[in-house]
Write a protein that binds this ligand. Structure first.
Ligand SMILES: [Zn+2]
Length: 427
């Protein structure tokens, strides 16, 4: 019997994870503690005196039974996604290309019937489904935010709703059973994961396939992405832990591969056990995960690298500050909040963070600090000696772009090893 933790949603508070969210085991090992972090989407206007602000423990746990890595606290989504938080479309170039590639791959691997329904859970503005629609499939998205309207306007049928059993029944009633259900970058965020998988399975037709994309634990470990640890991300999957979860719902993994989105993700295909044969890619990835050694050991090494990376970044910034250099931060994604708060940067070290001027974050302070987020124009006007790249996972794409637009200074890439890329240099 799969027993779930009590829900945090609607409580105005949080739920301590004292049992594994997937297997229910209480044998959870503390891997890393990044301190108490403020919610990343509650940002105060520049000039406002700092208010009382909540902060939540950011502790990473490993389940010794199913190897799921998970946060030790689940915070009420109403706190993490306040009403004033405008949901921004995730349609960057890398995501658009990824979704187009997914459709081509699924068509090639699965032998899809042209009229087979494709459903996307957490479908945003319909970008993913657009690819399947263009290939002749009827499509249906489920999306809780106003992005659903945008999707409908562009002709991608979308039900505006949180996903769960009622939404799944509605999809089945209005559109029939699905040949494919996709869920990209939602699978790690929502509490009550068993209910979600069960609802997804209920939408699939007999030979249907569930395709999920999630940030990949091994990529997080390899490239030291501790900054992707914040309270929206409840679970960090390896193929092993994801397989454990899917098997609990009668699914079998039939294909798995690494993809470049969000600094390193995995795409996993699953079907009802026995309905489709498993490709060699699955065993290859299982073996590759095993080759890295026991997960507990790998995580221990990861944790010690995290502490060293913090000190190394401090030392690098200190030397530059002593020499009178100015450093601006570039980019204010959620991960920037974790890095700034964990490393302990303040406005003396980092007088501002620049963002594209359309961002709702411009005009606010970075969470937990009084570092202002300002229009990126400031970078080109003030020409500080250094730009600290807070979206460092796309540094190779960012550096030439900023240089081409007139930034003459050098770059500091904070992770996995802090490094300076001189002006005019390359990564
Ligand atoms: Zn577990």
């Amino acid at each position: 019997m799969l027993t779930e933790l009590p829900r945090a949603a609607g409580t105005g508070g949080s739920v301590v994870v004292d049992r594994c969210q997937v297997c229910g085991s209480a044998d959870l090992e503390s891997v890393l503690f990044l301190g108490y972090l403020p919610p990343v989407n509650q940002m105060r206007a520049i000039g406002e005196r700092p208010h009382e602000q909540p902060a939540y423990p950011a502790e990473l746990l490993r389940c010794r039974r199913c190897e799921l890595v998970q946060l030790g606290l689940i915070v009420d989504p109403a706190i993490l996604f306040p009403p004033e938080y405008p949901y921004t479309s995730g349609t960057t170039r890398i995501l658009r290309e990824n979704f187009a590639e997914m459709q081509r791959e699924a068509a090639a691997l699965l032998g899809l019937a042209r009229k087979g329904l494709v459903v996307d859970v957490g479908s945003n503005d319909g970008t993913l489904l657009e690819n399947f629609r263009a290939a002749g499939h009827p499509v249906c998205g489920v999306e809780p935010t106003l992005m659903a309207n945008l999707a409908n306007e562009r002709g991608v049928r979308t039900i505006m709703s949180f996903f769960g059993p009622p939404a799944a029944s509605r999809v089945a009633a209005e559109c029939g059973r699905a040949q494919i259900v996709t869920a990209t970058n939602v699978f790690a965020h929502v509490e009550g994961v068993h209910g979600i998988v069960e609802s997804i399975v209920s939408m699939l037709d007999e030979g249907g396939v569930f395709i999920s994309e999630s940030h990949y634990l091994m990529a997080l470990i390899e490239t030291l992405q501790y900054d992707t640890i914040y309270h929206e991300h409840l679970r960090y999957y390896s193929l092993a832990s994801l397989t454990y979860l899917l098997q609990a719902h009668g699914l079998e993994v039939i294909h798995a591969k690494r993809i470049p989105t969000h600094g390193g993700s995995i795409r996993v295909y699953a079907a009802r056990k026995g309905t489709r044969s498993s490709l060699p890619s699955v065993q290859r990835m299982v073996d590759a995960e095993g080759d890295g050694g026991p997960l507990g050991e790998r995580l221990k090494a990861f944790t010690s690298r995290v502490a060293r990376a913090k000190l190394a970044l401090h030392a690098l910034l200190r030397d530059r500050l002593v020499n009178g250099a100015r450093m601006f931060g570039v980019g204010a994604p959620s991960r920037a909040s974790t890095l700034i708060n964990y490393v302990g940067l303040d406005r003396e070290l980092l007088p501002c963070v620049v963002e594209v001027k359309e961002s709702y974050k411009v005009g606010k302070y970075m969470p937990g600090t009084v570092i202002p987020v300002v229009d990126e124009k400031a970078l080109f006007d003030a020409q500080p000696e250094y730009a600290l790249l807070l979206s460092w996972h796309i540094a190779d794409e960012l550096m030439p772009k900023l240089a081409a637009r007139g930034f003459k200074g050098s770059f500091i890439v904070p992770l996995p090893e802090p490094r300076v890329v001189p002006a005019g240099g390359s990564a």
